[in-house]
Design a protein around this ligand. Structure first.
Ligand SMILES: Nc1ncnc2c1ncn2[C@@H]1O[C@H](COP(=O)(O)OP(=O)(O)OP(=O)(O)O)[C@@H](O)[C@H]1O
Ligand SMILES: [Mg+2]
Length: 251
């Protein structure tokens, strides 16, 4: 069965239908067509994504749900040019993401995408401020803005004005994830890709993170694509895309 037959694109019932109409008028920023991805494993090929099709509008907050192993992380990696599909197309702003390799893929990630992972991957020997600056530090002299100033503003926006000089070990899990979110936004990306950003956090700390993430995305009119297991998190999104588990090993 084609995955798009079971790819369940739902529009959440909205209390503000006028906002939904506005969403529909927005520009399509991301187009995914007939995406296929399999991994070679002992004994054959593990088909993870099959005939995946969807579009995302500029500024939308889309949740990607699906059980463990359904290919959510695989899909984010393809959208962010961290990996390449076997076939199919991914277009972001009409750029053919599926064709990007090497330096072109790295440039695309730096210019267009912000990543937030479940494990925060902060550099332990740097302060919060230095971690937020880190992705653009090698390009500092070529930037048309003050990197340190922008990093400070982002940390203020995620509520960490008083923690800028702290190393990750001196921050709570929720604070570390908020530093990681600020870091993901340092390049003002068109698309923010978040893979279970609250997955390792207790529910109260998760709320701290979820309070800042969609707000920042709306403020910067970024498009947010967030993988989540949590129905309460998915309910915050404008729309859910549900991936079914294919659990199929082919030759
Ligand atoms: N590099 C790889 N080589 C082989 N198999 C892989 C590889 N990466 C992922 N897989 C397999 O592909 C399937 C999908 O993995 P993926 O990480 O995308 O799932 P997921 O939906 O993100 O799961 P989870 O909710 O547990 O994070 C899994 O069965 C996984 O074991
Ligand atoms: Mg995953």
């Amino acid at each position: 069965m084609a995955q798009d037959d079971i790819l369940d694109e739902q529009t959440e019932p909205s209390e503000q239908p006028e906002q939904l109409e506005h969403t529909d008028e927005r520009e399509t920023i991301l187009q995914v067509e007939q995406l296929e991805k399999a991994y070679t494993i002992p004994g054959g090929q593990l088909q993870v994504l099959h005939d995946v099709n969807f579009t995302v509008q500029q500024g939308e907050f889309v949740a990607i749900t699906g059980q463990s192993g359904s290919g959510k992380t695989t899909l984010l990696a393809l959208l962010g040019a961290l990996d390449t599909p076997d076939s199919g197309e991914i277009r972001l702003h009409n750029q053919a993401v599926h064709k990007l390799r090497g330096v072109a893929a790295a440039d695309f990630r730096r210019e267009q995408v912000g990543f937030v992972f479940q494990l925060f991957y902060l550099l332990p020997n740097l302060t919060a401020l230095e971690n937020v600056m880190a992705p653009l530090l090698p390009y500092r002299r070529k930037l048309n803005f003050d990197l340190k100033q922008r990093a400070k503003e982002l940390l203020e926006q995620v509520g960490l004005a008083k923690r800028m000089g702290h190393a990750p070990a001196r921050l709570s899990g929720g604070e570390q994830q908020r530093v990681a979110i600020a870091r993901a936004l340092i390049n003002r990306p068109n698309v923010l890709l978040a893979d279970e950003p609250t997955g390792t956090l207790d529910p109260r700390t998760a709320v701290e993170v979820l309070d800042v993430l969609p707000g920042l995305q709306r403020a910067g009119s970024q498009t947010l694509i967030m993988v989540t297991h949590d129905p309460q998190v998915a309910a915050l999104a404008d729309r859910c895309i549900h991936l079914e588990h294919l659990s199929k090993v082919g030759e």
